[in-house]
Design a protein around this ligand. Sequence first.
Ligand code: NAD
Ligand code: UFG
Length: 336
Amino acid sequence: MAVLLTGGAGYIGSHTALTLLEQGEDIVVADNLCNSSEESLRRVQEITGKKLRFYQADVASRSDMEELFSREPIESVIHFAGLKAVGESVEQPLRYYRVNLDCTLTLLECMAGHGVKNLVFSSSATVYGDGRPPFREGDPTPGCTNPYGWTKLMIEQIITDAAAADSGLSAVLLRYFNPVGAHPSGRIGEDPRGIPNNLMPYIAQVASGRREKLTVYGDDYPTPDGSCIRDYLHVCDLAEGHGRALAYARAHSGVEIINLGRGQGVSVLEMVEAWGRANGPIPYEIGPRRSGDIPVSCANVDKARELLGWEARRDVEDMCRDSWNWQRNNPLGYEK
Ligand code: NAD
Ligand code: UFG
Protein backbone atom coordinates (compact mmCIF):
# COMPACT_ATOMS: atom_id res chain seq x y z
CA MET A 1 0.00 0.00 0.00
CA ALA A 2 1.30 3.45 -0.89
CA VAL A 3 1.18 7.02 0.41
CA LEU A 4 0.39 9.66 -2.20
CA LEU A 5 2.15 13.00 -1.77
CA THR A 6 0.49 15.67 -3.91
CA GLY A 7 2.96 18.50 -4.52
CA GLY A 8 5.67 16.11 -3.34
CA ALA A 9 8.40 17.60 -5.57
CA GLY A 10 8.18 20.93 -3.71
CA TYR A 11 10.10 22.19 -0.70
CA ILE A 12 8.20 20.55 2.17
CA GLY A 13 6.97 17.61 0.06
CA SER A 14 10.47 16.53 -0.98
CA HIS A 15 11.72 16.57 2.62
CA THR A 16 8.65 14.61 3.69
CA ALA A 17 9.16 12.09 0.87
CA LEU A 18 12.71 11.55 2.11
CA THR A 19 11.62 11.03 5.73
CA LEU A 20 8.82 8.64 4.80
CA LEU A 21 11.04 6.60 2.46
CA GLU A 22 13.51 6.26 5.32
CA GLN A 23 10.63 5.03 7.50
CA GLY A 24 9.92 2.30 4.93
CA GLU A 25 6.81 3.80 3.32
CA ASP A 26 5.98 3.16 -0.33
CA ILE A 27 5.74 6.65 -1.90
CA VAL A 28 3.90 7.97 -4.96
CA VAL A 29 4.26 11.66 -5.89
CA ALA A 30 1.86 13.69 -8.06
CA ASP A 31 3.17 17.13 -9.05
CA ASN A 32 2.76 19.30 -12.14
CA LEU A 33 6.17 20.93 -11.43
CA CYS A 34 4.69 24.46 -11.70
CA ASN A 35 6.88 25.51 -8.73
CA SER A 36 9.41 22.70 -8.47
CA SER A 37 11.75 20.42 -10.34
CA GLU A 38 11.85 16.65 -10.72
CA GLU A 39 15.53 16.92 -9.74
CA SER A 40 14.43 17.21 -6.08
CA LEU A 41 12.91 13.73 -6.29
CA ARG A 42 15.93 12.32 -8.10
CA ARG A 43 18.06 13.53 -5.19
CA VAL A 44 15.64 12.19 -2.57
CA GLN A 45 16.04 8.74 -4.14
CA GLU A 46 19.81 9.17 -4.33
CA ILE A 47 20.06 10.15 -0.63
CA THR A 48 17.81 7.37 0.61
CA GLY A 49 18.86 4.71 -1.91
CA LYS A 50 15.12 3.98 -2.28
CA LYS A 51 12.71 4.39 -5.18
CA LEU A 52 9.48 6.33 -5.38
CA ARG A 53 7.02 6.64 -8.27
CA PHE A 54 6.49 10.04 -9.86
CA TYR A 55 3.51 11.23 -11.91
CA GLN A 56 3.72 14.60 -13.61
CA ALA A 57 0.05 15.28 -13.04
CA ASP A 58 -2.28 18.19 -12.37
CA VAL A 59 -3.98 17.39 -9.06
CA ALA A 60 -6.95 19.51 -10.15
CA SER A 61 -7.46 17.28 -13.22
CA ARG A 62 -9.94 14.47 -12.65
CA SER A 63 -8.56 12.41 -15.54
CA ASP A 64 -4.93 12.73 -14.37
CA MET A 65 -5.86 11.74 -10.84
CA GLU A 66 -8.25 8.95 -11.83
CA GLU A 67 -5.46 7.39 -13.83
CA LEU A 68 -3.09 7.59 -10.86
CA PHE A 69 -5.64 6.22 -8.35
CA SER A 70 -6.54 3.33 -10.62
CA ARG A 71 -2.90 2.34 -11.18
CA GLU A 72 -1.54 2.75 -7.65
CA PRO A 73 -2.56 1.09 -4.36
CA ILE A 74 -3.05 4.41 -2.54
CA GLU A 75 -3.91 3.99 1.15
CA SER A 76 -3.22 7.54 2.52
CA VAL A 77 -2.66 11.00 1.07
CA ILE A 78 -0.58 13.96 2.19
CA HIS A 79 -1.86 16.98 0.28
CA PHE A 80 0.81 19.65 -0.31
CA ALA A 81 -0.13 20.71 -3.85
CA GLY A 82 -1.17 24.29 -4.30
CA LEU A 83 0.00 27.84 -4.82
CA LYS A 84 1.53 29.55 -1.79
CA ALA A 85 2.76 33.10 -2.48
CA VAL A 86 0.80 35.55 -0.33
CA GLY A 87 1.55 38.66 -2.47
CA GLU A 88 0.79 36.86 -5.73
CA SER A 89 -2.53 35.69 -4.27
CA VAL A 90 -3.55 39.33 -3.78
CA GLU A 91 -2.72 40.09 -7.43
CA GLN A 92 -4.25 36.87 -8.84
CA PRO A 93 -7.00 35.88 -6.41
CA LEU A 94 -9.09 33.87 -8.90
CA ARG A 95 -6.10 31.75 -9.90
CA TYR A 96 -5.40 30.99 -6.23
CA TYR A 97 -8.99 30.05 -5.45
CA ARG A 98 -9.24 27.98 -8.65
CA VAL A 99 -6.02 26.01 -8.17
CA ASN A 100 -6.07 25.47 -4.42
CA LEU A 101 -9.77 24.61 -4.16
CA ASP A 102 -9.92 22.51 -7.36
CA CYS A 103 -6.90 20.45 -6.34
CA THR A 104 -8.57 19.64 -3.02
CA LEU A 105 -12.02 18.89 -4.46
CA THR A 106 -10.63 16.61 -7.17
CA LEU A 107 -8.46 14.83 -4.63
CA LEU A 108 -11.35 14.28 -2.17
CA GLU A 109 -13.58 12.98 -4.98
CA CYS A 110 -10.91 10.51 -6.12
CA MET A 111 -10.24 9.42 -2.54
CA ALA A 112 -13.98 8.80 -2.02
CA GLY A 113 -14.25 6.92 -5.34
CA HIS A 114 -11.32 4.66 -4.48
CA GLY A 115 -12.08 4.12 -0.79
CA VAL A 116 -9.03 6.05 0.49
CA LYS A 117 -9.72 7.21 4.02
CA ASN A 118 -6.59 8.87 5.47
CA LEU A 119 -5.61 12.46 4.69
CA VAL A 120 -3.03 14.93 6.01
CA PHE A 121 -3.37 18.51 4.74
CA SER A 122 -0.89 21.42 4.68
CA SER A 123 -2.68 24.33 6.30
CA SER A 124 -0.97 27.45 7.60
CA ALA A 125 -0.65 29.67 10.66
CA THR A 126 -1.90 32.44 8.41
CA VAL A 127 -5.46 31.29 9.26
CA TYR A 128 -5.08 32.85 12.74
CA GLY A 129 -4.94 36.31 11.12
CA ASP A 130 -3.99 39.00 13.61
CA GLY A 131 -5.34 37.13 16.65
CA ARG A 132 -3.56 36.82 20.01
CA PRO A 133 -0.40 34.67 19.99
CA PRO A 134 0.62 32.08 21.05
CA PHE A 135 -2.08 30.62 18.82
CA ARG A 136 -4.01 27.54 19.94
CA GLU A 137 -5.97 25.32 17.56
CA GLY A 138 -9.29 26.31 19.15
CA ASP A 139 -8.70 30.04 18.69
CA PRO A 140 -11.17 31.86 16.46
CA THR A 141 -10.26 32.21 12.79
CA PRO A 142 -12.30 35.28 11.93
CA GLY A 143 -10.74 35.72 8.51
CA CYS A 144 -7.55 36.23 6.57
CA THR A 145 -5.85 39.26 5.12
CA ASN A 146 -5.13 37.63 1.75
CA PRO A 147 -6.71 35.13 -0.71
CA TYR A 148 -3.99 32.52 -0.08
CA GLY A 149 -4.97 32.40 3.59
CA TRP A 150 -8.66 32.22 2.68
CA THR A 151 -7.99 29.18 0.49
CA LYS A 152 -6.47 27.42 3.53
CA LEU A 153 -9.47 28.27 5.73
CA MET A 154 -11.91 27.21 3.00
CA ILE A 155 -10.07 23.91 2.46
CA GLU A 156 -10.09 23.21 6.21
CA GLN A 157 -13.88 23.69 6.08
CA ILE A 158 -14.30 21.51 2.97
CA ILE A 159 -12.34 18.64 4.56
CA THR A 160 -14.26 19.03 7.84
CA ASP A 161 -17.59 18.84 5.98
CA ALA A 162 -16.44 15.83 3.94
CA ALA A 163 -15.45 14.03 7.15
CA ALA A 164 -18.80 14.88 8.78
CA ALA A 165 -20.54 13.13 5.88
CA ASP A 166 -18.21 10.10 5.87
CA SER A 167 -17.49 8.69 9.31
CA GLY A 168 -14.63 6.58 7.92
CA LEU A 169 -12.65 9.60 6.73
CA SER A 170 -9.73 10.60 8.91
CA ALA A 171 -7.99 13.93 8.38
CA VAL A 172 -5.22 15.82 10.16
CA LEU A 173 -5.06 19.50 9.24
CA LEU A 174 -1.54 20.71 10.03
CA ARG A 175 -1.12 24.43 10.57
CA TYR A 176 2.55 25.06 9.84
CA PHE A 177 4.28 28.10 11.28
CA ASN A 178 7.48 29.19 9.46
CA PRO A 179 9.31 26.25 7.85
CA VAL A 180 12.97 27.00 7.03
CA GLY A 181 16.26 25.12 6.63
CA ALA A 182 17.17 22.18 4.46
CA HIS A 183 18.23 18.55 4.68
CA PRO A 184 21.72 18.41 6.26
CA SER A 185 23.10 16.66 3.16
CA GLY A 186 22.83 20.01 1.33
CA ARG A 187 21.26 18.10 -1.61
CA ILE A 188 17.63 19.21 -1.23
CA GLY A 189 16.27 22.54 -0.01
CA GLU A 190 14.04 25.51 -0.78
CA ASP A 191 14.37 26.75 -4.37
CA PRO A 192 12.31 29.93 -4.73
CA ARG A 193 11.74 31.31 -8.22
CA GLY A 194 12.89 34.91 -8.69
CA ILE A 195 13.48 37.23 -5.73
CA PRO A 196 12.65 35.39 -2.49
CA ASN A 197 9.71 36.77 -0.49
CA ASN A 198 10.64 34.91 2.65
CA LEU A 199 13.27 35.80 5.19
CA MET A 200 15.54 32.74 5.28
CA PRO A 201 16.02 32.25 1.51
CA TYR A 202 16.64 35.97 1.20
CA ILE A 203 19.32 35.89 3.90
CA ALA A 204 20.91 32.86 2.21
CA GLN A 205 21.06 34.66 -1.13
CA VAL A 206 22.66 37.72 0.52
CA ALA A 207 25.25 35.42 2.09
CA SER A 208 26.03 33.89 -1.32
CA GLY A 209 26.41 37.34 -2.90
CA ARG A 210 23.35 36.98 -5.15
CA ARG A 211 21.60 39.89 -3.31
CA GLU A 212 23.37 42.92 -1.92
CA LYS A 213 21.83 43.15 1.54
CA LEU A 214 18.81 42.17 3.58
CA THR A 215 16.14 44.77 4.28
CA VAL A 216 14.59 44.22 7.71
CA TYR A 217 10.95 45.20 7.26
CA GLY A 218 10.35 47.46 10.25
CA ASP A 219 12.02 47.98 13.63
CA ASP A 220 9.15 49.86 15.25
CA TYR A 221 6.86 46.93 16.11
CA PRO A 222 5.76 46.42 19.74
CA THR A 223 8.37 43.66 20.27
CA PRO A 224 11.54 43.76 22.43
CA ASP A 225 13.86 44.73 19.54
CA GLY A 226 11.17 46.27 17.32
CA SER A 227 11.35 43.63 14.53
CA CYS A 228 8.63 41.02 13.86
CA ILE A 229 8.62 37.72 15.71
CA ARG A 230 7.92 34.37 14.03
CA ASP A 231 7.96 30.72 15.05
CA TYR A 232 10.62 29.24 12.72
CA LEU A 233 10.70 25.48 12.35
CA HIS A 234 13.30 23.24 10.67
CA VAL A 235 11.84 21.56 7.58
CA CYS A 236 13.22 18.16 8.73
CA ASP A 237 11.30 18.50 12.01
CA LEU A 238 8.25 19.40 9.95
CA ALA A 239 8.77 16.33 7.74
CA GLU A 240 8.93 14.13 10.85
CA GLY A 241 5.70 15.76 12.04
CA HIS A 242 4.04 14.50 8.85
CA GLY A 243 5.14 10.96 9.65
CA ARG A 244 3.45 11.27 13.06
CA ALA A 245 0.33 12.86 11.57
CA LEU A 246 0.05 10.02 9.07
CA ALA A 247 0.25 7.44 11.87
CA TYR A 248 -2.39 9.39 13.79
CA ALA A 249 -4.72 9.57 10.77
CA ARG A 250 -4.38 5.81 10.23
CA ALA A 251 -5.31 5.05 13.82
CA HIS A 252 -8.27 7.45 14.19
CA SER A 253 -11.23 8.86 12.32
CA GLY A 254 -12.65 12.38 12.20
CA VAL A 255 -10.72 15.64 11.89
CA GLU A 256 -7.94 17.07 14.05
CA ILE A 257 -6.35 20.48 13.58
CA ILE A 258 -2.76 20.55 14.86
CA ASN A 259 -0.19 23.38 14.98
CA LEU A 260 3.35 22.49 13.94
CA GLY A 261 5.88 25.00 15.23
CA ARG A 262 8.57 25.14 17.88
CA GLY A 263 6.51 27.30 20.20
CA GLN A 264 9.37 29.80 20.41
CA GLY A 265 9.32 33.25 18.90
CA VAL A 266 12.44 34.56 17.13
CA SER A 267 12.66 38.14 15.85
CA VAL A 268 14.04 39.09 12.44
CA LEU A 269 17.06 40.72 14.09
CA GLU A 270 17.63 37.64 16.27
CA MET A 271 17.55 35.49 13.13
CA VAL A 272 20.14 37.73 11.48
CA GLU A 273 22.33 37.34 14.59
CA ALA A 274 21.87 33.56 14.67
CA TRP A 275 22.87 33.42 11.00
CA GLY A 276 26.00 35.41 11.85
CA ARG A 277 26.90 32.98 14.67
CA ALA A 278 26.35 29.92 12.47
CA ASN A 279 27.75 31.13 9.16
CA GLY A 280 29.28 34.61 9.48
CA PRO A 281 27.60 38.03 9.37
CA ILE A 282 25.50 39.37 6.47
CA PRO A 283 24.88 43.01 5.56
CA TYR A 284 21.43 44.41 6.36
CA GLU A 285 19.54 47.68 6.65
CA ILE A 286 16.33 48.65 8.39
CA GLY A 287 13.50 49.47 5.99
CA PRO A 288 9.80 50.31 6.30
CA ARG A 289 7.21 47.78 7.42
CA ARG A 290 5.88 45.31 4.83
CA SER A 291 2.13 45.59 4.38
CA GLY A 292 0.13 42.71 5.89
CA ASP A 293 2.81 41.61 8.41
CA ILE A 294 1.63 40.98 11.96
CA PRO A 295 4.03 41.80 14.84
CA VAL A 296 4.08 38.33 16.43
CA SER A 297 3.18 34.84 15.21
CA CYS A 298 3.92 31.93 17.50
CA ALA A 299 2.36 28.52 18.14
CA ASN A 300 1.12 26.81 21.24
CA VAL A 301 2.41 23.28 20.51
CA ASP A 302 0.79 21.30 23.35
CA LYS A 303 -1.59 19.46 21.03
CA ALA A 304 1.17 18.20 18.70
CA ARG A 305 3.06 16.92 21.74
CA GLU A 306 -0.02 15.24 23.26
CA LEU A 307 -1.65 13.73 20.16
CA LEU A 308 1.34 13.09 17.92
CA GLY A 309 4.12 12.69 20.50
CA TRP A 310 6.01 15.13 18.28
CA GLU A 311 8.26 18.02 19.20
CA ALA A 312 10.73 20.00 17.10
CA ARG A 313 14.33 18.98 17.93
CA ARG A 314 16.41 21.35 15.79
CA ASP A 315 17.26 24.89 16.86
CA VAL A 316 17.70 28.18 15.03
CA GLU A 317 21.41 27.66 14.44
CA ASP A 318 20.69 24.24 12.86
CA MET A 319 18.21 26.01 10.57
CA CYS A 320 20.80 28.66 9.57
CA ARG A 321 23.62 26.15 9.09
CA ASP A 322 21.54 23.80 6.95
CA SER A 323 20.09 26.65 4.85
CA TRP A 324 23.60 27.86 4.11
CA ASN A 325 24.84 24.37 3.32
CA TRP A 326 22.06 24.02 0.74
CA GLN A 327 22.57 27.55 -0.67
CA ARG A 328 26.34 27.37 -1.09
CA ASN A 329 26.24 23.92 -2.65
CA ASN A 330 23.39 24.93 -4.99
CA PRO A 331 23.72 28.68 -5.63
CA LEU A 332 21.16 28.48 -8.45
CA GLY A 333 18.93 25.93 -6.72
CA TYR A 334 18.19 22.81 -8.78
CA GLU A 335 19.29 24.50 -12.02
CA LYS A 336 22.53 23.10 -13.27
P1 NAD B 1 6.12 24.40 -2.94
O1 NAD B 1 5.60 25.39 -3.92
O2 NAD B 1 7.56 24.14 -2.90
O3 NAD B 1 5.35 22.99 -3.13
C1 NAD B 1 4.04 22.91 -3.67
C2 NAD B 1 4.08 21.93 -4.82
O4 NAD B 1 2.78 21.82 -5.39
C3 NAD B 1 5.04 22.36 -5.93
O5 NAD B 1 5.94 21.32 -6.22
C4 NAD B 1 4.12 22.63 -7.11
O6 NAD B 1 4.74 22.34 -8.35
C5 NAD B 1 2.94 21.73 -6.79
N1 NAD B 1 1.68 22.11 -7.41
C6 NAD B 1 1.07 23.32 -7.41
N2 NAD B 1 -0.08 23.26 -8.09
C7 NAD B 1 -0.23 21.98 -8.51
C8 NAD B 1 -1.21 21.30 -9.27
N3 NAD B 1 -2.30 21.91 -9.74
N4 NAD B 1 -1.04 19.98 -9.50
C9 NAD B 1 0.08 19.34 -9.05
N5 NAD B 1 1.05 19.94 -8.35
C10 NAD B 1 0.88 21.25 -8.08
O7 NAD B 1 5.58 24.83 -1.50
P2 NAD B 1 5.95 24.28 -0.05
O8 NAD B 1 6.62 25.36 0.68
O9 NAD B 1 6.56 22.95 -0.16
O10 NAD B 1 4.48 24.15 0.56
C11 NAD B 1 3.75 22.94 0.55
C12 NAD B 1 2.37 23.19 1.11
O11 NAD B 1 2.52 23.73 2.43
C13 NAD B 1 1.56 24.21 0.33
O12 NAD B 1 0.20 23.80 0.34
C14 NAD B 1 1.72 25.48 1.14
O13 NAD B 1 0.63 26.34 0.99
C15 NAD B 1 1.79 24.93 2.56
N6 NAD B 1 2.48 25.83 3.51
C16 NAD B 1 3.74 26.24 3.23
C17 NAD B 1 4.38 27.11 4.12
C18 NAD B 1 5.76 27.62 3.84
O14 NAD B 1 6.17 28.60 4.48
N7 NAD B 1 6.54 27.02 2.95
C19 NAD B 1 3.71 27.55 5.28
C20 NAD B 1 2.43 27.08 5.54
C21 NAD B 1 1.82 26.21 4.63
N1 UFG C 1 11.29 39.79 6.40
C1 UFG C 1 12.22 40.81 6.32
N2 UFG C 1 12.92 40.94 5.15
C2 UFG C 1 12.74 40.12 4.09
C3 UFG C 1 11.80 39.06 4.19
C4 UFG C 1 11.07 38.93 5.36
O1 UFG C 1 12.39 41.58 7.25
O2 UFG C 1 13.39 40.30 3.05
C5 UFG C 1 10.52 39.64 7.65
C6 UFG C 1 9.04 39.78 7.45
O3 UFG C 1 8.67 41.14 7.49
C7 UFG C 1 8.50 38.96 8.63
C8 UFG C 1 9.56 37.87 8.83
O4 UFG C 1 10.74 38.34 8.15
O5 UFG C 1 8.48 39.76 9.75
C9 UFG C 1 9.15 36.54 8.23
O6 UFG C 1 8.72 36.74 6.90
P1 UFG C 1 8.46 35.55 5.90
O7 UFG C 1 8.01 36.16 4.60
O8 UFG C 1 9.63 34.64 5.87
O9 UFG C 1 7.27 34.74 6.58
P2 UFG C 1 5.79 35.19 6.97
O10 UFG C 1 5.63 34.96 8.42
O11 UFG C 1 5.47 36.53 6.45
O12 UFG C 1 4.93 34.19 6.09
C10 UFG C 1 5.09 32.78 6.18
C11 UFG C 1 4.73 32.10 4.87
C12 UFG C 1 3.28 32.27 4.56
C13 UFG C 1 2.44 31.82 5.70
C14 UFG C 1 2.89 32.52 6.97
C15 UFG C 1 2.16 32.00 8.16
O13 UFG C 1 5.49 32.67 3.81
O14 UFG C 1 2.95 31.46 3.44
O15 UFG C 1 4.28 32.30 7.19
O16 UFG C 1 2.34 30.63 8.25
F1 UFG C 1 1.16 32.12 5.45
